[in-house]
Design a protein. Structure first.
Length: 73
């Protein structure tokens, strides 16, 4: 039986970032109503329940995306 290390779980959430909404990745299974958290790209960001439109208009953080891609086995 192989015990390969599984990548750490993460979730995406559109959050305010420098005046605009940006979809950042955060470590964990899901957002659990914490008011702020460190993103995968290392930024401390405020968190809140996004609306459906936030998901559509917020671009993905390229730094979070690149970090997660580099962690893949």
């Amino acid at each position: 039986m192989s015990h390969e290390r599984q990548p750490e779980r993460h979730f995406w959430l559109p959050v305010p970032d420098s005046g605009d909404l940006v979809r950042h990745a955060f470590r964990g299974r899901r957002w659990e109503n914490q008011p702020a958290e460190d993103s995968v790209c290392g930024r401390r960001l405020a968190m809140a329940q996004p609306c459906e439109l936030d998901w559509c208009r917020a671009p993905t953080c390229p730094d979070c995306n690149d970090t997660l891609k580099s962690e893949r086995p």
